[in-house]
Design a protein around this ligand. Sequence first.
Ligand SMILES: NC(=O)c1ccc[n+]([C@@H]2O[C@H](COP(=O)([O-])OP(=O)(O)OC[C@H]3O[C@@H](n4cnc5c(N)ncnc54)[C@H](OP(=O)(O)O)[C@@H]3O)[C@@H](O)[C@H]2O)c1
Length: 214
Amino acid sequence: MTIGIIGSGGLGSNVARALAKKGITATISTRRGPASLAPLISELGPFINAGTTEEAASADVVLVAVRWIDLGEALSNLPAWNGRIVIDGTNPVEFLKPDSPDMNDTSNPLAAYGIKAIDLGGKYSSEVFCEFVPGARVVKALNHLDVNVLAQPDVSGGQRVQFYSGDDAAAKAKVRKILEAIGYFPVDLGSLAVGGRLAELPFGSLAATNFVKI
Ligand SMILES: NC(=O)c1ccc[n+]([C@@H]2O[C@H](COP(=O)([O-])OP(=O)(O)OC[C@H]3O[C@@H](n4cnc5c(N)ncnc54)[C@H](OP(=O)(O)O)[C@@H]3O)[C@@H](O)[C@H]2O)c1
């Protein structure tokens, strides 16, 4: 089973770091092209390869780790998904520009965190996300924790809990195996409509909760 990661920022690079620690191979891409990933590849060692976004998107399991506003561009002109598994690691938030007036917007309860919720018209985020990857089996995972803890699955004498949700049992089972291989304690939250909502930032009631299974 091959793994691809589209996006090599906070989320993509830390998942790659977590995979590399366990000797699990993956291909990671960025908007700026594979050559720009040389420092990350040199840090992570031989298990993580830099590729084009098309190459990363050709894997059996593909983590999408780009900002919400970049989904359209990142996921266009890619090979057909044909039932392959896509992990939705995104959250529907806009990152505010430091020093912009938006940072002082008192109507935005998230301004202090430098983010703003994106209005999805009452839809849950994976419902919208699925429209960008027609024909894929989408599993939502790896989106609910601060990325800086992802590469430390073993913590406080236990395993860090990772929520996942999806509508295809076989796809969920494969993602669960990957989460287990990294060392997390995966917890199935059910369907995308139920679990996706619970774990999505910024307003899901389980978003950003950092549980440890002892
Ligand atoms: N930050 C967190 O704590 C956190 C936690 C959980 C989930 N998330 C979610 O994870 C997603 C990514 O967040 P992040 O913090 O990792 O953002 P980030 O640090 O800004 O990284 C975004 C990455 O996406 C890449 N990208 C953008 N457009 C692309 C394209 N067309 N093709 C290929 N790659 C493209 C960027 O490449 P370039 O650098 O070359 O532009 C960059 O590597 C977001 O949806 C966010 O809500 C974030």
